[in-house]
Design a protein around this ligand. Structure first.
Ligand SMILES: [Zn+2]
Length: 90
């Protein structure tokens, strides 16, 4: 997660003149507008999503020693939230 945040911070903000646009699979103007909006916002959205995941992983962490429960939700460790985030980022 930290690597995603670092890459997002180092990435050049997208602009048609800095990185350009990939080939469009269709000539639809609406699809092209959606592509441009996606690329223009992707850097910040990826960074925000990675921050949320990092916060969730911090919240859902092992409890005290020999407790075997999540510190955040108190389910047996590893809890389902931690397991799902770990699966998504692996
Ligand atoms: Zn948990």
């Amino acid at each position: 997660m930290q690597q995603i945040l670092e890459r997002s911070d180092r990435a050049v903000p997208w602009d048609p003149d800095t990185v350009g646009l990939p080939e469009a699979p269709s000539d639809s103007a609406l699809a092209r507008i959606n592509d441009v909006a996606f690329y223009a916002n992707a850097r910040n959205e990826v960074s925000t999503l990675a921050s949320v995941c990092a916060d969730l992983l911090h919240l859902h962490s092992p409890g005290e020693e020999n407790e075997h429960r999540c510190r955040g939700c108190r389910l047996p460790w590893p809890c389902s939230t931690f397991g799902e985030i770990a699966r998504l980022i692996s």
